[in-house]
Design a protein around this ligand. Structure first.
Ligand SMILES: [Zn+2]
Length: 248
């Protein structure tokens, strides 16, 4: 999968930790691949399952130099896999951690009616930067996040023929210096993409990221190279990533 990503010039990669174990596993992969970096955090779905000492354990993991952002964290009231109060407690703790460590916050916001925005507005002044990952909100959400100076992450949702209409209408209005692209892999396989490998028909992978870039370019009426260059440069600055040594 990494070779396929590199062969499509998708490198370096930022791996997303979603709980203590997956954050530790991501750090382990970063130790053996020089083009991998990661986040460390606890996803709102996993808030209820977090151990009592999660904050200390996450702080230890997050201090690793491979960790370039705190998250994925945030709130998800779409299915409430964890009770909202547990989600809020974990999110609040991770906002503090990002501020303490001076690392960007990687945020998930789904169907929260502005609750993520309000918690960030209240508590994030010490956080250096915020990424609203896999943005699927409406124009009001977008405008206030941009007003706050946050980055907006776009996934294969933008390629989705049935659910992506609202996002497609908003993508042209995101300032180029706030735009990031991401996979949300293994989810959100970009509609219209070819299978990345035999037997992997609908598993999303980093090598499919160019489909997201192409759709953004089409919506903004620019060449896809311009979107690739801008989002690469934004990610590099935000996460302190090295210039890729992959030959394309
Ligand atoms: Zn998410």
């Amino acid at each position: 999968m990494l070779q396929r990503a590199r062969s499509h010039a998708v490198s370096p990669l930022l791996l997303t930790g979603t709980d203590l174990d997956s954050s530790a596993a991501a750090i382990g992969l970063c130790a053996v691949h020089s083009d991998l970096f990661c986040t460390a955090g606890i996803h709102p779905h996993d808030a209820a399952g977090a151990p009592d000492d999660w904050a200390d354990r996450l702080r230890t993991l997050a201090a690793n130099p491979a960790v370039r952002a705190i998250g994925e964290t945030g709130l998800d009231f779409n299915r409430n896999y964890s009770p909202p109060e547990a989600q809020r407690a974990l999110f609040a703790g991770q906002i503090v951690l990002a501020g303490d460590l001076g690392k960007p916050l990687f945020v998930h916001d789904r169907d929260t009616g502005g609750a993520v925005y309000e918690m960030l507005a209240e508590r994030s002044p010490t956080v250096p930067d915020v990424v609203v990952h896999c943005f699927t909100g409406n124009r009001v959400d977008l405008e206030r996040y941009l007003e706050a100076g946050y980055y907006i992450g776009i996934t294969g949702w933008v390629c989705d023929p049935s659910r992506g209409d609202e996002l497609r209408s908003l993508v042209p209005d995101i300032p180029i210096d706030r735009l990031l692209v991401e996979t949300d892999a293994p989810f959100l396989f970009p509609a219209g993409a070819s299978a990345p490998a035999a037997g992997r028909k609908h598993r999303n992978e980093p090598c499919l990221l160019p489909y997201v870039i192409n759709e953004i370019a089409r919506l903004r009426n620019v060449h896809s190279d311009a979107i690739a260059a801008a989002t690469t440069s934004n990610a590099r600055a935000l996460f302190s990533l090295p210039v890729s040594d992959v030959n394309t």
